[in-house]
Design a protein around this ligand. Structure first.
Ligand SMILES: [Zn+2]
Length: 441
């Protein structure tokens, strides 16, 4: 982030395969492993991985589509409306660039509002889908060079769920400044590390997520490139994402609610190494609890299956060292992973309708506890247990957050965001992993 080399190890999740690398059983064992470690910068306090898996491996041929999930569609529609209403309303000719534009879902909503649109997408097949749907999309990894080759400026630049993935972080950020109109707005969405830590959502740490931003740590990065965040809010997408609004440095005053959140980070020690160390210790505790529980079940000849096969679940399975001897199958609704085994631990994936329920479901989407219990009352009544490897404070924490924002400064969308957040869990299991991965792709 700041080119400082004085980095301290904060969280070590060992050697792990790429968590999206589900394999055919015959290929099991051929997947490469890479270090998965979060380090903390002694100078800028940023949390980041210290090993980069090449972007071409992670994003060159991904198959996720943003447009297939209703939650993301609604979210993207709302973002476009808000940005247009708040910042672009009076302009006669409006343009938007979407970095990591996926299947063009976000741009579709801007186009409907009269914008000239351009998407940049690294996956060939995904870019082709967008183009076929009439959303002009260039197949490339956006960076400063691509930005210069475009030779034009945009009123709005969007980057959803890509800004914490960036191998070419500085080049991309330079490219954004280059392409952003003087009074333009760069809309960035990223997982909020403060929430990850407070929710103990350590399975959000995987190789695709190179950077773990807090507001206090992203500002210095932006400043290096002549940009500044002037407003933001917390959205419940993926258990706590920041929607940040950025423009050229010195162009707009910092909003009250951003100030509040910055102060809150200091109060919570969100950027202190001690906080990350506590987080790391809590993960070790959860690992010990899970292993004790699962070996106990095995010793009693209980059948334990994994509930879901989300991408992030592989961080947990690999770090906890849970293989088919402890969890026989991962039970999915998504047919795309049928017949494959999970990367690293090689647990077979089966579809829900192929199996009879086990004695215990070990829930990999543990952050949706309430909803999962509610949606599976029938199974629970027949005696199936649901084990949650980690207890999360997601609901309490996010409400707490929103409630603390001064009412008058509240974003128009905040109430909707909150109620959607409450509902999203209900949809989360239908199927969970398609929602998760779609946004990260
Ligand atoms: Zn640094």
């Amino acid at each position: 982030m700041c080119a400082c080399r004085d980095l301290e190890l904060a969280i070590d999740l060992g050697s792990q395969p790429w968590c999206n690398h589900f394999l055919k059983p015959a290929d099991a064992g051929s997947e490469p492993f890479y270090p998965l470690r979060v380090v903390w910068c002694t100078r800028c306090k940023a949390a980041q991985l210290d090993f980069t898996v090449k972007k071409e491996i992670l994003f060159g041929d991904h198959t996720y589509l943003s447009g297939i999930t209703e939650t993301l569609n609604n979210h993207f529609a709302k973002i476009a409306q808000e940005i247009d209403l708040r910042y672009m309303g009076t302009r006669t000719s409006k343009s938007v660039l979407d970095i990591g534009s996926n299947d063009g879902t976000q741009l579709k909503y801007y186009k409907a509002l009269g914008y000239r649109t351009l998407g940049i997408e690294s996956s060939k097949s995904t870019a082709a889908i967008a183009n076929a749907n009439g959303i002009e999309t260039m197949e490339a990894f956006f960076n400063a060079e691509v930005a210069r080759s475009l030779n034009r400026k945009f009123d709005v630049i969007n980057a959803s769920g890509v800004f914490f993935h960036l191998e070419e972080l500085h080049s991309v950020t330079d490219g954004i400044r280059e392409c952003l109109e003087d009074d333009g707005v760069f809309v960035v969405q990223f997982l909020y590390m403060k929430q990850i830590v407070e929710n103990l959502a350590f399975d959000q740490i995987y190789h695709e997520h190179l950077l773990y931003y807090n507001l206090q740590t992203i500002q210095p990065l932006l400043a290096q490139h002549g940009l500044a965040m002037f407003d933001c809010y917390l959205s419940p997408i993926h258990g706590g994402s920041i929607v940040g609004l950025i423009t050229h440095a010195g162009k707009r005053p910092v909003s009250d609610r951003l100030e509040v959140m910055l102060v809150d980070e200091t109060a919570a020690g969100s950027n202190d190494i001690a906080t990350y160390r506590r987080f790391a210790r809590a993960i070790v505790q959860k690992k010990e609890q899970s292993l004790e529980y699962l070996t106990g079940q095995r010793d009693q000849d209980k059948r334990v299956y994994g509930f879901g096969a989300p991408v992030k679940g592989n961080t947990l399975l690999n770090y906890f060292g849970i293989g088919p001897d402890l969890i026989e199958y991962l039970v999915e609704k998504n047919p795309l992973r049928k017949g494959l085994v999970s990367p690293g631990m090689h647990i077979p994936v089966v579809l829900e309708d192929e199996i009879t329920p086990p004695d215990v479901y070990y829930v990999l989407a543990w952050n949706f506890k309430d909803e999962i219990l509610r949606n599976n009352r029938d199974l629970i009544e027949t005696g199936v247990s649901f084990y949650f490897p980690v207890e999360t404070t997601f609901h309490a924490s996010s409400r707490h957050w929103s409630d603390r924002l001064p009412r008058t400064q509240s974003h128009p969308g905040l109430e909707t965001e909150r109620s959607r957040g409450d509902r999203r869990g209900l949809k989360a299991m239908q199927p969970p992993e398609s929602r998760e991965s779609a946004f990260f792709s």
